[in-house]
Design a protein around this ligand. Structure first.
Ligand code: ZN
Length: 59
């Protein structure tokens, strides 16, 4: 494996890990598309639905 290939792979791994931990820490989710967010913005940034609820609120 070439040097730059190795670096590229590590960067990719880091991005994935960062994304996963962001999702773990998410406090809100969209009930329409199941996307998760750290901030409450009324509308889902992913699908635009006005259906974002706090994670710790069960149905
Ligand atoms: Zn959504």
């Amino acid at each position: 494996m070439g040097f730059f290939e190795k670096i590229g792979r590590e960067v990719e791994q880091f991005k994935q890990t960062a994304q996963e931990s962001a999702e773990e820490n998410a406090s809100y989710r969209c009930r329409t598309c199941e996307s998760r967010f750290n901030i409450y913005d009324e509308e889902c940034p992913d699908c635009g639905a006005n259906n974002v609820v706090p994670m710790n609120t069960e149905e």
